[in-house]
Design a protein around this ligand. Structure first.
Ligand code: PBG
Length: 422
């Protein structure tokens, strides 16, 4: 069961018993060999299986005196050396000064020396919302839905909070009729996202709400920025829109605004806009190293936000590039980002580790839709153990250096960590 691997406190009676067996020292006999006939033993024989403590009625001093006189209480026998199967070669032991398997011998030892841990507090749960009242299943992401913003969404958030997931990030499916080339619906204070934030904050005041800052759900072109007639994504004009979007989200009560657009200079501009509007306390989680990845496919289906033409390669990073991530890190740090995000997650562990080693800022990893769908599909086809692969993938993101993880598995994984079965 995954919880024994990932939780820090679990009772391990068998392991402890096993260890005791191996730390027993041979004991002397019960009586001085000279005396005859044998006196009545002072100490009853102690068995590991006897119920409750054995009382002799002796004082501490009498017990000590008895042992000093050679009348040593008996303990369970030293266990026999376990047998190897017939045919096992008999070899001299290797002269090893270090045997790394020692710290892996039992569940208790493994738990004691586990370097990385994971908790529901590390998860941010991405949630798709729409204007309707039904929860619409997302075909390419089994188990994920577009939630009605004041119906299914509230239930889902309540479920997540029940198992310790208090952070969510919202992704809206915007009606086509509201999409324009300049994505102005993105900063409508009565739009789907600001309305939903106010609803959630009213119902769950302690929740942490992250928002996505980018134009793609609002753009009739499906791009993260404004598209010029020659197909160029306009940088500075887009940043202007993103600042308005971030302020509208902050005004509604967003705790963390997360620019995922990859325009240059947007972190500094958004910081200025937030501060200018009195939102100094709102964090910026910058998508620092967001790659032009094919792992986003299911997400774009969920939001119906595929680019109408072309791809996102003129603003998202080339998956072949490693050093370039540091260029983005330096920009985001100097512009005032609070959290640096790497996306996708598992195929980009080297990028997470590089940033962890080069910046003191908190790091977020986004386990994106394609990663989620692959694990789900493998599980449904019974090719892998879905729950174990899910937990391992999340743990590996933490090991690489991520503090928080945006994952569609947040609820399922948190339930698993809480020892609940689905
Ligand atoms: C858009 C955005 C995307 C994702 C998060 N924000 C898609 C994209 O860049 O095309 C992808 C998330 C996922 O695949 O789970 N700004």
């Amino acid at each position: 069961m995954a919880s024994t691997i990932f939780s820090t406190s679990s009772s391990l009676p068998t392991a402890v018993k096993g260890l005791d067996c191996n730390t027993y020292k041979p004991t002397l006999g019960n009586f001085p060999s000279s005396s005859s006939p044998a006196p009545k033993p002072l100490f009853p024989v102690v068995r590991a299986t006897s119920d409750g403590p054995v009382k002799t009625g002796l004082s501490d001093a009498e017990c000590e005196a008895a042992v000093a006189a050679g009348n040593v209480p008996e303990a369970p026998p030293v266990p026999p050396t376990p047998l190897a199967p017939a045919g096992t070669p008999v070899v001299p032991s290797l002269p090893l000064s270090r045997r790394p398997r020692r710290t892996r011998r039992s569940p208790a030892l493994r738990a004691a020396f586990q370097e990385t841990s994971i908790s529901p507090a590390n998860f941010v749960y991405p949630l798709f919302i729409h204007e309707g009242e039904e929860d619409t299943p997302i075909g390419a992401m089994p188990g994920c839905y577009r939630f009605g913003w004041r119906h299914g969404l509230l239930e889902e958030v309540a479920k997540a909070r029940d198992v310790g997931v208090n952070s969510i990030v919202l992704f809206p499916k915007v009606p086509d009729a509201l999409k324009t080339p300049t994505g102005d619906e993105a900063y409508n204070e009565y739009g789907l996202v600001p309305r939903t934030i106010r609803m959630l904050k009213d119902k769950f005041p302690g929740i942490v709400i992250y928002t996505d800052v980018a134009l793609d759900p609002y753009s009739s072109d499906g791009h993260d920025g404004i598209v010029r007639e020659d197909g160029v994504i306009m940088n500075d004009e887009t940043v202007h829109q993103l600042c308005k979007q971030a302020v509208a989200q902050a005004r509604a009560g967003a705790d963390v605004v997360s620019p995922s657009d990859m325009m240059d200079g947007r972190v500094g501009a958004i910081r200025d806009a937030l501060d200018g509007a009195g939102f100094q306390q709102v964090l910026i989680m910058s998508y620092t190293a967001k790659y032009a990845s094919s792992f986003y496919g299911p997400f774009r289906e969920a939001l119906d936000s595929n680019p109408r033409f072309g791809d996102k390669k003129t603003y998202q990073m080339n998956p072949a590039n490693y050093r370039e991530a540091l260029v983005e890190v330096h920009e985001d740090e100097s512009e005032g980002a609070d959290i640096l995000l790497v996306k996708p997650g598992l195929p980009y562990l080297d990028i997470i580790r590089q940033i962890r080693d080069n910046s003191p800022l908190p790091i977020a990893a986004y386990q994106v839709s394609g990663e989620y769908s692959m694990i789900k599909a493998g599980g449904i086809l019974k090719m892998i153990d879905e729950e174990k692969v899910m937990m391992e993938s999340l743990l590996c993101l933490r090991r690489a250096g991520a503090d928080i993880i945006l994952t569609y598995f947040a609820l399922q994984a948190a339930r698993c960590l809480c020892g609940e079965k689905r």
